[in-house]
Ligand binder design. Structure first.
Ligand SMILES: CC(C)(COP(=O)(O)OP(=O)(O)OC[C@H]1O[C@@H](n2cnc3c(N)ncnc32)[C@H](O)[C@@H]1OP(=O)(O)O)[C@@H](O)C(=O)NCCC(=O)NCCS
Length: 170
């Protein structure tokens, strides 16, 4: 019997985003979302938010960038929060848990920095696995049209208040 070679599982290193990473990160995001992403309400948030490279996470295997989760400072109804996105894993590397690890690390970094909430726009069936839920009954409002069921929040501390209100610059 011939034993087939098993492709190596990439060793993942998670790091904050550095200025020199931006071109590779932008290219990964472009491949994952295409130009249509500029029409999204999340993009309107990012236009007004302050980028937080120190709380953003890049997943590397050697010199290959496999995924990214960017983070932004905002406030929601006057309460400071982090806004997560874009979030993407390179096509050939998906379904290996890298996405979940990126989100977990970004939330850990935010909590360690004293932040209490992470907000994003995404699919609840995916993000509920990593601690996010829809703000039922209490709306987090984006500066653009969005399905409210896709506006998800993770509270990083047990005593964090429920977020409600418009997402604005800090
Ligand atoms: C979303 C994304 C980052 C997930 O990365 P990943 O490394 O594959 O994620 P994980 O390995 O942690 O999780 C994979 C699991 O989530 C599921 N999943 C992926 N996207 C999903 C979605 N939109 N809704 C529900 N489940 C989803 C997969 O089917 C898989 O399920 P399984 O564990 O039962 O097999 C990746 O699919 C991606 O880059 N997609 C394109 C960009 C995108 O849509 N980003 C999110 C925008 S908010």
């Amino acid at each position: 019997m011939t034993v087939q070679p098993v492709p190596p599982i990439p060793t993942l290193t998670l790091q904050a985003e550095h200025p020199q990473d931006a071109a590779l990160v932008d290219a990964l995001i472009e491949r994952a979302f295409g130009p249509g992403r500029y029409a999204k309400a999340s993009e309107r948030v990012r236009e007004l938010a302050t980028f937080a490279p120190d709380l953003s996470v890049c997943a590397w295997s050697g010199e290959n960038l496999l995924g990214v989760a960017r983070m932004w400072h905002v406030q929601v109804g006057g309460v400071r929060a982090m806004f997560l996105g874009p979030f993407a894993v390179e096509q050939g590397e998906r379904n290996a848990g890298f996405g979940a690890r990126l989100v977990a690390r970004a939330c850990e970094a935010a909590k360690a920095a004293g932040e209490t909430h992470v907000v994003l726009v995404g699919d609840e069936p995916y993000f509920s696995r990593v601690g996010f839920s829809a703000a039922l009954g209490r709306q987090v409002v984006l500066p653009g049209p969005v399905d409210p069921r896709r506006v998800l929040v993770r509270r990083l501390t047990p005593d964090a208040v429920e977020l409600a209100g418009l997402i604005e610059p800090t």
